[in-house]
Design a protein around this ligand. Sequence first.
Ligand code: 2HA
Ligand code: ZN
Length: 275
Amino acid sequence: MKVLDSKFAQGFIRMCNDGWEQGWHERNGGNLSYRIKEEEIAEVMDDLKMDGAWKEIGTSVPTLANEYFLVTGSGKYFRNVILEPEDSICIIQVDAKGEKYKICWGLKNGGRPTSELPSHLMNLEVKKKVTDGRYRVVYHAHTTNVIALTFVLPLKDEIFTRELWEMATECPVVFPDGIGVVPWMVPGGRDIAVKTSKLMEKYDVAIWAHHGIFGSGEDFDLTFGLVHTVEKAAEILVKTMSMSPKKLQTIEPDEFRHLAKDFGVTLPEKFLYNK
Ligand code: 2HA
Ligand code: ZN
């Protein structure tokens, strides 16, 4: 089968376009990665070329040794993915040590995988470990309202989680473990990848101050839906704060506890502090 006829490639391309249509991917902003299943890569093996040169990842991901990933290209525009997928995205394989990668498909006019490859692979590695292999998607987007909030809220997990939970009843159900916040750091390298992947051990969402968001999930629907839900909550918070410095009413800690019980989720008490 051709890569572009596979369900996983079609789902990946659709998600890139969904993010573009939301306005989260100006110019070459944002990136997406997917850890391909064994049976999926077997189906498209005839369409791959295996003689590419091995290149340094810039970090070490031994748990992902020999696995294949579909990722966006560095400097490529989400806007173009649906029109020219073979120019914009690529399949890479990680080597037996988890230190190098080679391109097996795509980027037909040259290029490299996403500049955030260390963050994507380290997050995918952490999530593979803590979810017994269930999580396969890592998504980075420049979500406008989330970014705006990083200028006015203290950069603390407890505050971002609680403020965003309060903005929509579905939020604590969609991201019950909460949200991590990374202070401003230089993007693209190992340091920010280490910091983000540490947060991904306990959260599905990490915010990069003055930059954007990382979300992870089992599949494209869950991961896109997660980021969409967080950004929607952030939009409501921006609107609320713009209308009034103080809320007249909100969802209270005991109401969150009641919700958690009825919806069968566990909400860590550290987010249910008294204000
Ligand atoms: O330009 O979003 O973080 C791609 C990015 C880097
Ligand atoms: Zn970015």
